[in-house]
Design a protein around this ligand. Structure first.
Ligand code: NAP
Length: 259
């Protein structure tokens, strides 16, 4: 069990924090006493999220950046750090799952455009790399760090809801996690991944009601997850109490995938 001020004195950066799972993760960290940099590419959304956090008495600042853009990430980290201090907790959450297939659902490989493939890799994978690279020097300096990346059940097994670009990036984030756990462990930095199943967010609502109902039925717990349930697992992984957990993938999927 975490104390109510388990993250006091820490500075957390959460990407894609304007809404959905990212906002829940950022809010959970702020509620646990961390100072939180809310990062999203949607300025209005992220400013509203950080303002709502501040109104609750939490320490929060909004920064706008496209995680796929190197200069934009560097500037956002600079501004966030200037406002709240060096980052020692990072959650790579920003991700996209385009639904551009001819029938309005996922794109199959035979009609997927190369530009779309590249954009999904840029945001979901290169974005995690760019933000991680920008904050790791601060963690190494502190000789303490926690990095969590949001993968997906779709990166662990076949999932017919998403496209191959999305699945490939989510699987790659697991390799990213394990490699960095080895590389950064000696500096006191843990690196883990969380793999959600079907979580009720705006991203998921791009999928048909029938598909979401089929997933619900295939999930032993017989429901979709909530952003707060994903946030709770991230909060544990970024806490001091998870100090001996690294290189792991934790499913938050209601038993949809059991390995
Ligand atoms: P969401 O509701 O779409 O929220 C994602 C947030 O990230 C949005 O505010 C989005 O802005 C922002 N974002 C997108 N591209 C960005 C970029 N290039 N730079 C900065 N911010 C960007 O998604 P979610 O459902 O909360 O998903 C969060 C993470 O969980 C994603 O990595 C997703 O793959 C993963 N996940 C979700 C589910 C699920 O069922 N929901 C399951 C497994 C894994 P825009 O809306 O403007 O794009």
């Amino acid at each position: 069990m975490l104390d109510s001020d388990s993250h006091a004195g820490r500075v957390a950066l959460v990407t894609g924090a304007g809404r959905g799972i990212g906002r829940a993760i950022a809010d959970a960290h702020a509620a646990a006493g961390a100072s939180v940099i809310y990062l999203d590419h949607d300025a209005a959304l992220v400013e509203e999220a950080a303002a709502a956090a501040t109104a609750r008495g939490w320490r929060a600042v909004a920064v706008t950046a496209d995680v796929a853009d190197e200069a934009s990430v560097a500037e956002a980290v600079r501004r966030g750090t200037e406002a709240l201090g060096p980052v020692t907790l990072l959650v790579n959450n920003a991700g996209i799952s385009p639904k551009t297939g001819s029938a309005g659902g996922k794109a199959f490989v035979w009609d997927m455009q190369a530009d779309e493939w590249r954009r999904v890799l840029d945001v979901n994978l290169t974005g995690a790399f760019l933000v991680t690279r920008a904050v790791v020097p601060q963690m190494r300096e502190a000789r303490y760090g926690r990095i969590v990346s949001i993968s997906s059940v779709a990166g662990r097994t076949y999932c017919d809801i998403v496209g191959v670009h999305y699945a490939a990036t989510k699987a790659a984030l697991i390799g990213f996690t394990k490699h960095l756990a080895g590389e950064l462990g000696p500096a006191g930095i843990t690196v883990n991944a969380v793999a959600p199943g079907r979580i009720d967010t705006p991203l998921m609502r791009g999928t048909s009601a029938e598909t979401n109902e089929a997933v619900r039925q295939a999930t032993p717990l017989q429901r979709l997850g909530t952003p707060e349930e994903v946030a709770a697992v991230c909060l544990f992984l970024t806490s001091d109490k998870a100090g001996f957990v690294t290189g792991q993938v934790c499913d938050v999927a209601g038993g949809w995938l059991m390995t």
